[in-house]
Design a protein around this ligand. Structure first.
Ligand code: GUN
Length: 296
């Protein structure tokens, strides 16, 4: 079997198109422009690339984009004051504080200072609790993107065995909650899981989110399974480097029914879902109907 490729790049472009349509309608019908603020502390090169892309795509979708760069030595009080200022700003509907933060800053404290209604990352403890109890919440962008692609590929996910490898707060745990919400039978596998290959071979849906290059090989995959590779790992490639996922793509594609490539799979969906969340937050803040197909 050679797996179908799930084209995240094309899917993300379609989501961005829907976002742009909703933004145009919000402007025309209500005179409202959704606004996203991104706060970047320090000069981490990878974070700078993410933040630049976020700003660019926000503007391309017709939204208001604000970027606040703060010195890597910023005090917690000053960062919290920035969050408070954005919480109070009516032109801002979404706030994202880029992670990781420098060690002297308490990321939990900062994230939990964001107004939950503006928490477009879905990381605030209040949104985590709402998602975990099946209530309307802001949904973390990467798992939201994965779920959109899974629904598109499989239709109903009810009753399917889903295995999520990785237990991070950003991807693994919310992904498992979303799949549970779709009535999957969900297992979270991690570094201490016994016979992880056998656990994964039971999965109709396998989501890999561990950050270990090409860890998942074809013998971990149930024939015909849908494999979602969240990993983005930079590895040496001769003189240069290349990006690989958490799955050995060529090997897994021999066995899977469908698989997301790296790059061009989950990656582009994350920012598309951030834009979608910003529109959702803007509609909720203004008591308007939420756009269809942009959230769960
Ligand atoms: N750093 C890497 N991914 C993310 C993300 O999705 N949100 C935030 N805030 N920081 C990140």
């Amino acid at each position: 079997m050679v797996a179908d490729v799930i084209d995240g790049k094309a899917f993300a472009a379609a989501v961005r198109g829907k976002v742009a349509e909703h933004v145009a309608r919000l402007k025309a019908d209500h005179g409202i422009t959704p606004g996203l603020a991104v706060v970047l502390v320090g000069e981490d090169p990878a974070s700078q690339v993410y933040v630049r892309n976020k700003g660019k795509q926000t503007v391309e979708a017709g939204m208001h984009s604000v970027e606040h760069r703060m010195d890597r030595g910023v005090s917690e009080a000053d960062l919290l004051a920035m969050v408070e200022q954005l919480n109070a700003d009516p032109a801002i509907h979404g706030i994202l504080v880029q992670l990781p933060l420098p060690e002297h800053l308490n990321a939990d404290l900062v994230i939990n200072a964001i107004d939950p209604a503006k928490d477009v990352d879905g990381f605030h403890i209040s949104n985590v609790g709402l998602l975990g109890t099946g209530q309307k919440s802001m949904v973390p962008c990467t798992p939201l993107g994965c779920l959109m692609m899974l629904r598109d590929r499989l239709g109903s996910l009810s009753g399917l065995n889903a295995v999520v490898i990785g237990r991070s707060n950003i991807v693994g745990k919310p992904m498992a909650q979303l799949l549970l919400g779709e009535s999957c039978t969900v297992t979270i596998a991690h570094s201490r899981t016994k016979d992880i290959e056998a656990v994964c071979r039971n999965a109709d849906i396998l989501v890999a989110a561990v950050g270990r290059p090409e860890m998942v090989t074809g013998n971990w995959v149930k024939p015909g399974a849908t494999v979602i590779d969240v990993g983005i790992n930079r590895v040496p490639n001769g003189e240069k480097t290349k990006l690989v996922g958490d799955c050995d793509y060529a090997d897994c594609a021999e066995v899977a029914g469908a698989i997301t490539p790296v790059p061009g799979g989950v990656g582009p969906m994350t920012i598309a879902c951030l834009l979608a969340n910003t529109v959702t937050a803007c509609c909720r803040a203004n008591g308007l109907d939420e756009p269809e197909g942009l959230t769960v």
